[in-house]
Design a protein around this ligand. Structure first.
Ligand code: HEC
Length: 204
């Protein structure tokens, strides 16, 4: 009986159909997974594009208004990625999303780029040497989506605190130096690339 069992086991025909169906199932799951991720990525990219645009517009508005009312020195705290209220909204509405503003020549040392972000800046520089403007960069990893979008000096108000150092009033320059002793965010002109938004969105 035992040897018969053995015989049956070894002589069973190779079940191509079952193997084919199983592989088909695995492939389908994989395709659905990739497709769903891609769908989600498209949606996330659209959300981020909106958030970056809103952040940029609010920043210009807040800075212009604050400088008009209180002067530049009292407005240094207004140059933020988002206002406190917007930041709370983003945190509550989009779990797993972290947005930073970064720069290779940053004012705040917390805003220096990580390795991946440095690579994107390097690519942008290489393209700039061929007169191609910096473009939005994204990387879709299995556990997260990374997204980087350039920030340009797009309003003369930026030059009040990021323009040529010698053109910045002494009092404001001293105030910035007190807050940011390693400040390198000077010398920009209208139209220059000053940094980037960098978003990291964990997949749930
Ligand atoms: C009133 C002064 C002031 C003005 C005007 C100003 N900034 Fe800033 N900027 C700052 C300060 C202060 C920081 C550091 C903020 C922090 O510590 O989070 C900063 C940080 C940044 C950063 C993040 C990287 C870094 O250097 O730390 C970017 C990008 C930036 N500014 C772009 C702009 C742009 C674009 C404009 C014009 C729309 C602008 N800034 C106008 C004061 C200013």
């Amino acid at each position: 009986m035992g040897s018969d069992d053995c015989f049956v086991k070894f002589s069973r025909p190779f079940d191509w159909k079952r193997i084919f169906l199983r592989n088909l199932l695995i492939c389908s799951f994989f395709i659905i997974f990739v497709f769903c991720n891609r769908e989600q990525d498209t949606e996330k990219k659209a959300i981020l594009t909106r958030l970056f645009f809103a952040s940029e517009e609010n920043l210009r508005k807040d800075l212009n208004e604050s400088i008009r009312k209180k002067g530049s020195l009292s407005s240094v705290g207004a140059c933020r990625t988002f206002s406190e209220e917007n930041e709370r909204e983003v945190l509550a509405s989009y779990p797993g999303l972290v947005i930073r503003r970064i720069s290779e020549k940053s004012r705040n040392p917390d805003h220096l780029p990580n390795d991946w972000e440095k690579e994107v800046f390097a690519e942008w520089k290489e393209f700039a040497s061929k007169d191609i403007p910096a473009f939005v960069f994204s990387e879709s990893a299995p556990k997260s989506l990374h997204f980087m979008r350039p920030i340009y000096v797009n309003d003369p108000v930026c030059l009040k605190c990021h323009g040529q150092a010698e053109q910045i009033p002494t009092e404001l320059r001293a105030g910035l130096r007190r807050l940011y002793p390693n400040d390198r965010s000077f010398g920009y002109q209208l139209g220059d690339l000053i940094g980037a938004y960098s978003a990291s969105w964990q997949r749930l």
